[in-house]
Design a protein around this ligand. Structure first.
Ligand SMILES: [Zn+2]
Length: 270
């Protein structure tokens, strides 16, 4: 359904209302607002900022970004990470998309080529410069993530950003320009912990909206070298026996899924 129609007909729809880096929720239990446009009086002046996100439970889902304005309402809010953690897998995709679209619109007001004001394209998610024809799409940054095994052990590392969480995870890093996903796996693993890997196997992928990554998962076998952590990125890295793992990420994230799957496979081999 088009945005115009939804507003004119005042159909029941799901609304993801983003304010700063939080989402407004209808109550403490639900994550998405299910209501009519006429009920959203506190964001009425944002009519031009509505974006179609997709469908959920056979109803349209719209994003409304109120940017950094101080809104007058008494509804509860939730941070984006909290929403992702507590939502269903289907909601996860919608929240990730909503946040990436909001961020895209906030950071593409002006043309990067000629500096003119950009216009939002009405039939696809893009901004367009009417002066020079430059068109921008929401950025997606591929990022590899890899579970490395050696016999009955997994290589897990604590990133410097997770220093105080006690959490150990798989290695991950952004793909560089001109690089294949597999080349990125070999380079990142060598840079971060100084070991070689072989027998790369594609595992799956997951969008991760912090801020616009697409995590591409691999399972790889250790091929040589001693663990030598890159101090800028890794504070600790070790081999862990699959029966004695440290605290690892939940299976909501692809890191958690990679660890769970690799452990299950190694156990099956025992
Ligand atoms: Zn331009």
């Amino acid at each position: 359904m088009s945005i115009k129609k939804a507003i004119q007909n005042d159909h029941l729809a799901f609304w993801i209302i983003v304010n700063k880096d939080r989402m407004i929720r209808p109550d403490d239990q639900s994550l998405m607002m299910l209501c009519r446009w006429s009920a959203l009086t506190f964001v009425r002046h944002y009519e031009d900022n509505i974006v179609v996100l997709g469908e959920y439970e056979k109803k349209s889902v719209f994003l409304l970004d109120t940017e950094n304005e101080q809104l007058e309402h008494e509804l509860p809010t939730v941070g984006l990470r909290g929403a992702l953690m507590h939502g269903s897998p289907e909601q996860f995709g919608l929240f990730a998309k909503a946040w990436q679209y909001a961020l895209f619109m906030r950071t593409h007001r002006y043309c990067g080529s000629c500096g003119n004001r950009m216009r939002q394209v009405d039939w696809e998610m893009a901004t367009h410069c009417d002066r020079c024809g430059h068109r921008c799409y929401p950025r997606v940054s591929p990022c590899i993530i890899v579970a490395i095994y050696r016999g009955q052990e997994l290589l897990l590392a604590m990133g410097t950003r997770h220093k105080n969480t006690g959490m150990y995870s798989t290695l991950a890093g952004f793909v560089e320009s001109g690089e294949s996903l597999e080349e990125a796996v070999h380079r990142e693993v060598m840079e971060e912990v100084g070991v070689k890997v072989k027998n790369l196997e594609y595992f799956g992928s997951q969008p991760w909206p912090f801020p616009h990554s697409l995590m591409v998962g691999y399972i790889a076998e250790y091929a040589g070298g001693e663990i030598t952590p890159d101090e800028n990125e890794i504070c600790d890295a070790n081999w862990y026996h699959i029966d004695q793992l440290p605290l690892v990420p939940p299976t909501l994230s692809i890191a958690g899924q990679l660890i769970e799957t690799t452990v299950a496979r190694l156990k099956a081999k025992e």
